[in-house]
Design a protein around this ligand. Structure first.
Ligand code: PEP
Ligand code: MG
Length: 553
């Protein structure tokens, strides 16, 4: 980590940055401690002891005091102060020639690495060096970490923390990487070199399987591969219900390299391009030209099919470390300065993105999508900025589309869903983000494994918001798409169609199965079942009615 000098006026800021990193590291270790409580007594004791030692090193310890004093007196950045302090402590422990203390050096380094990771928010490196077929077992992984994994080399991953609708899980799904997140029994169970089975569909991790289990899973994998081959035959067939209603199926894209997958499953467009990929795993911010090039390639690749590009949606579990200078740590990141709120505060970021989108729009149809909208005023502000950016580009004689691309909003905040009529007047299309809509409606963090079992998009409140939004879009005569993870699960397909949704966007891997389900649905029957479901007050009863319709009951 390069050392840099901190000007006298900024020392206070640097000290608080370090204190925030210490607090974040402590929170993380407390979380790990609470997960360890379910372990067998011997493991619990051993891990508890180690985590307590870490916590001590993060309280008023020699390490913390030493770093604070280095920042203050040497005026160096926090990262290099941590490293200098760790080296000095390590040297003095090693000099004492005591086996116990020598072993503690390892722990101090571990704590130091954690601190540096919290300071830089840097992703894990080094996946490229792992042998083919490796399964990664980690405490936690960020979406940016996951983006660095090559599915040809990494067989999958499992983590102690996290939820199935977190962005890390979504990233894994779109890369086709098997993953099981939020497995608290992982502690102490797994050692390098062990055989491990990841069952992403059942959310199960099996360490050291018996020969029978192993051959059973090999058989299941072959069956899955076969099913995938069969589904590939659907590519050219339309997504049309038995009674002849055509449904638009589009792909969600996390990374440009997934374009191939979207094309290979015959997606009708990109329904959601999460532009965060442009900001991940780098120290600087992407400029207009670079963003334009990346978008142009995607637009040209889709050859006339629409590409819906979402403006930056960072914050919550998606903080890009190169934006750290623009985002203060929030007391509650899910409710803080994120997504459109950040874009409207940091105008330059937004203007750069809009300019790149407008320029890419000269090569094919683009739609601009705004995340986390809560009020029509926010949409109007962006429209004004979009017009200004367009005028500036026209003045420079840069080709852009005329009329300007449609400007749509994500409906993912309950307040936005409830004021969908006003938003329909201010915007050109809706995209319902059920991942966040479920999270905010039920007050359940989508990336927290402790409450993951309570996360349920079939809660009547969530369904009513989806229904109300869809109807408001009809009333306002604007298109509405649904692009949350619900869209990719064939179990929900009849319900969503029954509620009036005709446009679904999902991970490319999910598209063939959903298409297959659509082709077996009678829309009149699905609508009737959706009406019956909307009369229910209980999510369990709703699930039963849906399973019954799907022939799963
Ligand atoms: C959503 O919230 O449903 C959504 C599609 O956006 P993201 O998952 O990127 O938050
Ligand atoms: Mg969202």
């Amino acid at each position: 980590m390069p050392e840099s000098r901190v000007p006298a006026a900024k020392v206070g800021e640097e000290l608080s940055r370090f204190e925030r990193a210490v607090a974040a590291a402590r929170r993380q270790i407390q979380k790990l401690k609470s997960r360890a409580s379910g372990l067998p007594p011997a493991a619990k004791e051993e891990i508890g002891y180690l985590l307590d030692a870490y916590l001590q090193m993060l309280s008023d310890s020699r390490l913390v005091r030493g770093v604070l004093s280095r920042i203050e007196t040497d005026r160096v950045n926090a990262e290099s102060a941590v490293q200098a302090e760790i080296s000095e402590i390590a040297k003095s422990f090693e000099a004492m020639d005591d086996a116990y203390l020598a072993a503690r050096v390892q722990d101090i380094r571990e704590v130091g690495n954690r601190l540096v990771r919290h300071l830089t928010k840097a992703p894990l490196q080094g996946f490229a060096l792992l042998p083919e077929g490796t399964v990664i077992v980690a405490e936690d992984l960020s979406p940016a970490d996951t983006a660095l994994m090559d599915p040809h080399q990494i067989a999958g991953f499992t983590t102690l923390l996290g939820g199935a609708e977190s962005h890390t899980a979504i990233m894994a799904r779109s890369l086709g990487l098997p993953a099981v997140v939020g497995v608290s029994q992982l502690f102490g169970e797994v050692r390098s070199g062990k055989m491990i089975i990841l069952d992403g569909s059942a959310g199960q991790v099996i360490v050291d399987p018996t020969p029978e289990t192993l051959s059973d899973y090999r058989r299941r994998k072959r069956a899955l591969d076969k099913e995938r081959q069969n589904l590939a035959r659907l590519r050219r067939l339309p997504a049309v219900t038995k009674d002849g209603v055509e449904i638009d199926l589009q792909a969600n894209l996390e990374l440009p390299r997934e374009l191939e997958n979207a094309l290979s499953v015959g997606a009708g467009g990109i329904g959601l391009l999460r532009s965060e990929f442009l900001y991940m795993n780098r120290d600087d911010l992407p400029g207009e030209a670079e963003q334009y090039e990346a978008l142009r390639e995607l637009v040209e690749g889709m050859a006339g099919r629409p590409v819906t590009v979402r403006t930056l949606d960072v914050g919550g579990d998606k903080l890009a470390y190169n934006l750290a200078g623009h985002i203060e740590e929030s007391v509650n990141p899910a409710l803080g300065l994120r997504a459109i709120r950040l874009s409207l505060k940091e105008r330059a970021l937004l203007e750069t993105q809009l300019a790149a989108m407008l320029r890419a729009g000269a090569h094919g149809p683009i739609r601009i999508l705004l995340p986390m909208i809560a009020t029509a005023g926010e949409v109007r502000q962006v429209r004004e900025i979009l017009k200004k950016v367009a005028t500036r580009l026209r003045r420079r004689r840069v080709p852009i589309p005329d009329p300007l691309p449609p400007l749509g909003v994500m409906i993912e905040v309950p307040g936005a869903a409830l004021s969908a009529d006003a938003l329909a007047r201010a915007s050109d299309f809706f995209s319902i983000g059920t991942n966040d809509l479920t999270m905010y409606t039920l007050a359940i963090d989508r990336s927290d494994d402790q409450v993951a079992h309570l996360y349920n998009p079939l809660h009547p409140a969530v369904l009513r918001l989806i229904q109300f939004t869809t109807e408001a879009a009809f009333r306002g005569r604007i298109p509405v798409c649904l692009c949350g993870e619900m869209a990719g699960d064939p179990r929900y397909t009849p319900l969503l169609l029954g509620l009036g949704i005709r446009d679904l966007s999902m991970a490319a891997v999910s598209l063939p199965r959903v298409k297959q389900r659509i082709r077996s649905i009678d829309l009149i029957a699905a609508t009737r079942r959706a009406n019956l479901i909307m009369d229910q007050a209980d999510a369990g009863r709703i699930a039963a009615l849906l399973d019954d319709f799907n022939g799963l009951a």
